[in-house]
Unconditional design. Structure first.
Length: 288
């Protein structure tokens, strides 16, 4: 068993891990314990981290290959490892609710799994909170692993072999126009609808706002199934809302969790979080 101080949340998933400073050089044993905790709990919160971008990226590399942030990559071809979540510009100014970046981020208020629209979707996101609103600004999480486990056996058998198309332009053009070069860089991608954790064999389904259709099914039938799976996973009593404190570093498992921003008043508060993502082990269609 892990030597980490792991305190499970009472949400059916998630854990608080105290007493570990992620900005120091971690031992291989610590990193392995974190990997194991990701597979077990799906969501890990490490409070009071004295984080910097440099330490954040170094820690990210301990968990795998960092993912190039897709917006900058799609628009300009440049590789950057960080995304900024919230309404604070690089120069430190606050961007209000009408600002294009703030509006664009409203797309994150739909349930999603980060980078599910990429051929190599994200394994985990690692997010550090630097500035948090005095009110609102939480992030809600839901477990598609727990939801899969709660499905009737006949529904599990129906969905197990299916493939699902995830499509960024489909989901995000609902909230704001997608830059043409960005859109062209993200063609629709086919994934397994049901994925299995390689360590513990637990299955989860893989839906969210980017999930557009089921391969071989009509639009209406696809929508009905995808909406039903999303609704089952995100029943309010089964979700956990993380209320950020400055200094929190949170890791979430995009293979089996959904998340969404709960919203906040961007005209009143500053919210600044930095995020890296670790790329998945391979295309989901090649997962065993
Ligand atoms: C994210 C995300 C929503 C929010 O950080 O990937 O979707 O605003 N965040 O909390
Ligand atoms: Mn997200």
């Amino acid at each position: 068993m892990s030597h980490l101080d792991v305190e499970p949340l009472n949400a059916g998933f998630g854990a608080l891990i105290k007493g570990l400073d992620l900005t120091t050089e971690l031992s291989d044993e610590d990193v392995e314990a974190i990997r194991e905790a990701i597979d077990t709990y799906s969501l890990l919160c490490f409070p009071e981290q004295p984080m910097t971008d440099e330490a954040h990226l170094a820690f990210t590399r301990r968990l795998g290959e960092p993912e190039a942030e897709h917006v900058t990559l799609g628009k300009t071809g440049k590789v950057v490892w960080f995304g900024t979540v919230g309404n604070v510009a690089d120069d430190g100014s606050r961007q209000d609710s009408a600002h294009v970046r703030t509006r664009y981020q409203r797309g994150n208020e739909m349930w999603h799994s980060d980078s599910s629209f990429r051929r190599l979707p994200s394994f985990v996101s690692i997010t550090h909170a630097y500035e948090v609103p005095g009110e609102g600004g939480g992030t809600c999480f839901a477990s598609m692993r727990n939801a899969y486990a709660g499905l009737p056996a006949d529904v599990q058998a129906t969905i197990d072999p299916l493939h699902v198309i995830h499509d960024y332009v489909f989901s995000r053009s609902q909230v704001a126009p997608v830059d043409p070069a960005h859109a062209a860089s993200l063609p629709p991608i086919e994934h397994r609808l049901v994925r299995k954790n390689p360590r513990n064999g637990l299955k989860s389904y893989y839906v969210g706002s980017h999930a557009r259709s089921i391969v071989g099914w009509s639009g209406i039938e696809s929508r009905r199934l995808l909406d039903d799976l999303l609704r089952r996973a995100t029943a309010p009593e089964d979700t956990y809302t993380h209320r950020w404190r400055a200094g929190d570093t949170v890791i979430w498992d995009n293979r089996c969790l959904l998340h969404r921003g709960a919203g906040y008043d961007a005209d009143r508060w500053r919210r600044r979080m930095r995020q890296t993502r670790v790329a998945g082990a391979g295309p989901t269609l090649e997962e065993p």
